[in-house]
Design a protein around this ligand. Structure first.
Ligand SMILES: *[C@@H]1O[C@H](CO)[C@@H](O)[C@H](O)[C@H]1NC(C)=O
Length: 355
């Protein structure tokens, strides 16, 4: 099941476009500056919100029950929410009871992750340390989709003291080197809605954000497994060189294991059975996956009754694709990439694009 390329989805969803509204500056929003969440000393990354603001975005549907293999944090991508990406899929439905057992938590990033990726990454950084402290293993496993992988990588890059708190990081369709579809999507959006979403600009190949990240964070910073598909219709290229290829990670191109007919696209990958099996392998090992050890029978997702019947895969995925695209159309727009935060430039990771 393939979907039209993202720009086409975006163009057809233009009818949903609305006007952007900036958040009002209130007395409350000024008062919080006195109580901003504190980073560990020595970490460059700084928080712009109180700790409570971050804590409220974390949801663990079954609570934290001291599962043997610890806590797993799920991080959604652009245009989505935690429930929309994960609730009907295997990471919420099956993972708690997989292998030795996991406590599974998801985060919902503000503004459907359309705003400044530096800011949404603060939420991920906070969640890593918060959940590691509550985890039976003292560490968290992480599964991300799409931009979620960049959020995780940014958090680990600028909050290095959190790296030892991550046992395994599994990125599904992570655009670590940006997407070539960002610039054309922004051209369409600039022309039709008067600007582009900050996070779409930042994920576009050559952005200041990506250059800053890749100055140090272009390699695996924790045990990382990057799973991707050649049929990705949102992040490109995924052939040569694939944007999901991360140096130092275990990189898993699904078609190398399941054959060229494994028609998984960007929106299907959170539901793809082989990707899930590889993720469980990594999370169970609390390290990188060993994909050759994962049975090829896991490729047969069309034959998998659980996936087919319980997750109502088709409607869920189609709704997700349309919702994400609509959100990209209607989200707040800017004409230029957000400036890099002062901590990025102060650490010497960028000299252009600084605030
Ligand atoms: C988990 O372990 C902690 C610390 O040992 C304990 O306080 C808590 O009650 C346990 N929670 C459950 C649900 O067993």
């Amino acid at each position: 099941m393939l979907f039209p390329r993202f720009a086409v989805i975006a163009a057809t969803a233009i009818g949903f476009a609305g006007s952007a509204k900036a958040a009002p500056v209130t007395a409350a929003s000024l008062a919080v500056r006195a109580t901003l969440c504190a980073s560990p000393s020595g970490d460059a990354g700084t928080y712009s919100q109180p700790c409570d603001t971050y804590a409220q975005t974390i949801n663990c549907p079954n609570g934290i029950r001291n599962a043997t293999a610890g806590v797993v944090l799920l991080v959604h991508g652009t245009g989505s929410t935690g429930p929309e990406t994960w609730d009907n899929g295997p990471y919420i439905q099956l993972l708690p009871n997989a292998g030795p057992g996991f406590d599974v938590c998801k985060i919902t990033l503000p503004g459907r992750s359309l705003g400044d990726v530096q800011t949404t990454s603060e939420y991920v950084a906070f969640a890593i340390q918060q959940l590691a402290a509550q985890s039976q293993t003292g560490k968290v496993g992480i599964v991300s989709h799409s931009q979620g992988g960049l959020n995780v990588q940014w958090a680990l890059d600028f909050w290095p003291s959190y790296r030892p708190l991550v046992s395994a990081f599994v990125a599904l369709a992570g655009d670590f080197h940006g997407t070539g579809e960002g610039p054309p999507a922004c051209l369409v959006l600039d022309a039709t809605t008067g600007g582009c979403d900050p996070s779409v600009i930042q994920q576009s190949v050559g952005s200041n954000f990506l250059n800053a990240l890749n100055s140090r964070g272009g390699v695996a910073l924790v045990p990382t497994t990057s799973i991707y598909t050649i049929f990705d219709d949102v992040i490109q290229p995924e052939l040569i060189p694939a944007t999901s290829l991360l140096s130092g990670a275990t990189n898993v191109r699904l078609q190398d294991y399941c054959g060229p007919g494994y028609l998984v696209d960007h929106f299907v990958i959170p539901f793809a059975s082989f990707a899930y099996a590889v993720a469980v392998d990594a999370l169970t090992r609390q390290s990188t996956a060993q994909p050759d050890s994962v049975p090829k029978t896991s490729c047969a997702w069309l034959l998998d009754d659980v996936l087919l019947n319980n997750f109502q895969r088709g409607p869920t995925i189609l709704r997700e694709a349309v919702t994400d695209a609509s959100a990209v159309i209607t989200g707040p727009k800017v004409l230029e990439e957000p400036p890099l935060k002062p901590y990025v430039c102060a650490r010497g990771d960028a000299t252009t694009g600084c605030a």
